[in-house]
Design a protein around this ligand. Sequence first.
Ligand code: GLN
Length: 447
Amino acid sequence: KTVLSQIEEKEDTYHCYVTVDKEGALANALAVQEEINRGLKSPLAGVPVAIKDNMCTEGLLTTCSSKILGNFIPTFSSEAVLNLQRAGAVILGKTNMDEFAMGSTTETSAFGVTKNPWNKDHVPGGSSGGSAAAVAASECFYALGSDTGGSIRQPASFCGVVGLKPTYGTVSRYGLIAYGSSLDQIGPLCKDVTDCATVMEVISSHDAKDSTSVKRNDTDFTSALKEDVKGMRIGLPKDYFGEGLDPEVKGAVLKAAKVLREKGAVVEEFDLSLVEYAIPTYYTIAAAEASSNLERFDGIKYGYRTERYEGLHNMYKKSRSEGFGPEVKRRIMLGSFVLSSGYYDAYYLKALKVKALIKKAFDEAFAKYDVILGPVAPTTAPKLGESLSDPIKMYLGDIYTISINLAGLPGLSMPCGIDSKGLPIGLQLIGDCFQEKKLIRTAYTYE
Ligand code: GLN
């Protein structure tokens, strides 16, 4: 009830949610209370959570913040959501996002913008902007987001909360509406590192329904909540602190590195090559996969269908033209182009090769370091309306987050300061595959 009253009070200002399921949440809370009385033991039992609107929730509208799914009510829930529900979580509703998770500001949503709770003239980041803002505004206790190229870490950074993008394959993607299937991962956005580790422990699972799901027996993430980085080797990639990085962000991130050094970590700079190729590589691969994944939205099987049409092809064309927003269309066109015969080798195949080289560069770095530390984004949250007109500039803002997805690595974003505009600054910790615990330990020590 407390959290619902927070929503009532603040939602008109910040617009974190596409759907608030007030009745459902209250009924569910009572049902969980019964289960607790009957012996359910879980740290999440009865704790209200917000879910990004690209994860299917049985019986509850799931729009991906797109007109094309504006009336889509799934008949099943995503595995990550089911894992939460098995642990007694209470779902408050579905959070706003960039349409189909394409964007970095939550402004490409078909259902209005979300505002940053630190300053409502600024964006909350994206694409999981609604989830990050809901946590920051206390319109939920924690939230789930998805991260294809930074969509958990960057909004967490812009809203001053903790976000974790797990190693690819750790959280089932079953029921997550796909953007770039080889890059997408679900993860938590929380108020602190302890909550983050707790939620991670619940949502991680092997799932036969996701062919890329990994069997892990090391998902006791809360065991890493230790204040201890003595002897831990932390690398600062020089390329992450060069041109384009806001001096205030740089200062705060380097200060955090100093704190960890004082606590006993060995911190040094190193060269992480290929950073400059990350953006073209990511936008080639992500767009290619998106163009293929979004073929299914044809006005027949799901969601929106145009009212007037002449014949089947015209129906497809009009439904998709009216149903998708401009950023999604841009990605579909770009993706179809790089996959088309004649261009496939020049763009898509080349991007896959660079992706392999990026992974190799990280492998070499992790032979020397336990954790890589850097900024999450070049700046703090931009003003509303500033980014939409210049997509290239927006894409450049993903420079520090996207290679982590290309390499399948885990990345954690947490607050490390506030700039002169009063906006939070984020710190990113990157680990080798399956090394979330090192990130959690480092983050917990710093926090
Ligand atoms: N901003 C990036 C994009 O638009 C990342 C989005 C994401 O991680 N879903 O593709």
